[in-house]
Design a protein around this ligand. Structure first.
Ligand code: CA
Length: 471
């Protein structure tokens, strides 16, 4: 798993901006999921959903500061109990200390919080089992995490099965490449996304007020001081996009190298046929799409997760599915494939039927999403929830700070957006107020209510009333 790697920066997904030969190898040998979504597009919460198979209102990890209770049921714990050797290396980002350090792993060595790209420190358990100790590392983080993973694989007991979580920090900001990739893309202009100059007209007011445009990058990476003088605003956006995307793609290149090393190790150890290999990321990312960087939003580029699964014993090489998969499906899928009982409390579904090439009659036709961090001090993205079907997406911005991270200001009137993904895949036309979409909106409102009821989440009363008034 990587952090913030959007599917549209993987050539197997049709990237127009980079090539990822090793990820493509994985896709060529397995199944590509074209409709895999996170249920909350932010790091810590999505990681908790992946490990536990539950939504954030159930596991309690709704924001970046609500760290995961390490007593929760997770797939590594269940695999460990079933006799698997388990390990995690790299990004944890679910909190530290006695209540949050990794559990369910025979071995772990993780970055503190976000960690650093170059010469990082890492945490690992003390030998006496009391808390963690700090290890100083020299080198590039993606390579170090891969080194640790391969060393653990080499030293494992070959007679027992294993579950390795190789979790990269990359390509999370601040996008610092490995020295071997410093000059990659120096001589090219990376193609711009179609919606780089999206003016957000017609979208919710609270979306238009977000500070996630390429022009807002300065608090995160110091571009302002570097911008050549005398540029028009459009020219500056273009210049900033090139700076941003090239570093992002350089960092992705090292992740792709890591995937290649792990696939090579499986080949050399004659384990490729017997090993389930998944590549995914905790969420997607805006690569200049809508003029934005970052994630958080229920819009496609942020909502979609890359999801590639190779398992030659079950999965047809080079296959593709458009059925919906979710981050909460990872845990039940891995337990199911390992022959371990999937607890009722896990809310995701095992993807085994899709992986084995079946086309189940009753597979999910919609998904529920909720982002909780209302208007933090940096990106100012509003809290929202919504439903996506194969053709439509309904999003409600309830505009109530509640008690969430960085909450500021009083409640404002809720706002709603509706997109027709068939006629408007770029999501630039909000059709919520169009009479032609009234029936669609009513059906989506009912589906959203059903999902919230089934999954045990509470609708926001003012948002529900505002939607009813529109319909
Ligand atoms: Ca992330």
């Amino acid at each position: 798993m990587s952090d913030d790697h959007a599917a549209h920066a993987i050539s197997a997904y049709g990237s127009q901006i980079n090539a990822t030969p090793h990820l493509d190898r994985l896709a060529d040998g397995g199944m590509r999921f074209d409709s895999c979504f996170c249920t909350n597009s932010i790091c810590t919460p999505s990681r908790a959903s992946i490990l536990t198979g539950t939504y954030n209102h159930v596991n309690g990890v709704t924001t970046l500061v609500t760290h995961m209770d390490n007593r929760l049921d997770t797939f590594p714990k269940r695999l460990q109990s079933a006799g698997y050797q388990t390990a995690i290396f790299g990004k944890w980002h679910l909190g530290h200390g006695p209540e949050h350090d990794p559990t369910g792993f025979d071995r772990w060595r993780v970055l503190p919080g976000q960690g650093h790209y170059h010469n990082p420190i890492m945490l690992q358990p003390r030998r006496d089992g009391r808390g963690h100790t700090i290890v100083e590392r020299g080198g590039y983080v993606t390579d170090l995490i891969t080194d640790d993973s391969l060393r653990w694989l080499d030293r494992r007991d070959p007679d027992r099965p294993f579950a390795l979580l190789c979790h990269h920090k990359a390509p999370h900001r601040s996008w610092e490449p490995a020295p071997r990739h410093f000059t990659m893309y120096d001589d090219v202009d990376v193609p711009e996304p179609e919606t780089l100059f999206d003016d957000h007209a017609g979208r919710a007011d609270v979306v238009q007020a977000m500070r996630m445009r390429i022009m807002d990058l300065d608090p995160i990476v110091d571009l302002k001081a570097q911008v050549p003088p005398g540029l028009t605003e459009d020219a500056e956006i273009r210049w900033r996009y090139q700076r941003y995307i090239k570093d992002y793609l350089r960092v992705v290149a090292a992740v792709d190298d890591s995937v290649g090393r792990i696939l090579d190790w499986l080949d050399h150890n004659d384990l490729a046929d017997d090993t389930i290999v998944i590549y995914t990321s905790d969420q997607g990312f805006f690569l200049g799409d809508h003029g934005w960087f970052d994630k958080r939003m229920m819009y496609e580029e942020s909502l979609a997760m890359p999801f590639l699964v190779r398992y030659p014993r079950l999965v047809e090489a080079g296959s593709v599915t458009a059925e919906m998969a979710l981050n909460v499906d990872v845990a039940p899928t891995l337990l199911d494939l390992a022959g371990v009982d999937v607890p009722e409390s896990m809310q995701g579904a095992s993807l085994t039927p899709l992986l084995s090439g079946e086309r189940p009659d009753r597979w999910r036709q919609s998904m529920y999403y909720r982002y909780w961090m209302h208007r933090d001090g940096i990106h100012v993205v509003p809290a929202h929830y919504g439903v996506r079907t194969h053709q439509h997406k309904l999003i409600g911005y309830y505009n109530d700070p509640l008690d969430q991270l960085g909450a500021n200001g009083p409640a404002d009137p809720p706002e709603w957006e509706l997109f027709d993904l068939e006629t408007d895949p770029a999501e630039v036309h909000n059709v919520i107020a169009q009479p032609a979409y009234r029936e669609v909106a009513r059906a989506l409102a009912a589906e959203l209510a059903r999902l919230q009821r089934d999954l045990g989440d509470d609708p926001h009363p003012a948002a529900t009333a505002a939607l009813e008034a529109l319909l």
